[in-house]
Write a protein that binds this ligand. Structure first.
Ligand SMILES: [Zn+2]
Length: 97
């Protein structure tokens, strides 16, 4: 599992970490996610998602049991597809720092 290094990472400076996200309600795994830089996790950039257990092609991000976790958006500043996360809908665990 390798972290990506590209202009998006550089833009955020600092370290990246690898997270494992799961549904807060039913505890099923959602995906792994590379979080670049510090700060809260507001959105999931699609290019940073790996090992997804759910569909990334729809308008919503839902766990396998249908719980809503996020809504598809385009981060305009970078023209970058992402899911805007619904706070409290997911749990995260750091698997690599
Ligand atoms: Zn769920």
């Amino acid at each position: 599992m390798k972290l990506k290094h590209d202009k998006f990472k550089t833009a955020r400076g600092g370290a990246s970490k690898l997270l494992e996200l799961s549904c807060q309600l039913c505890d099923t795994a959602i995906c792994r996610y590379q979080k670049d830089g510090t700060g809260n996790l507001w959105r999931l950039y699609v290019d940073r998602i790996s090992s997804p257990n759910v569909s990334l092609t729809g308008e919503d991000l839902r766990c396998q049991n249908g719980h809503l976790l996020g809504v598809k958006t385009i981060y305009a500043k970078e023209n970058r597809p992402a899911f805007r996360l619904i706070s409290g809908s997911y749990a995260k665990k750091i698997i690599k720092n």
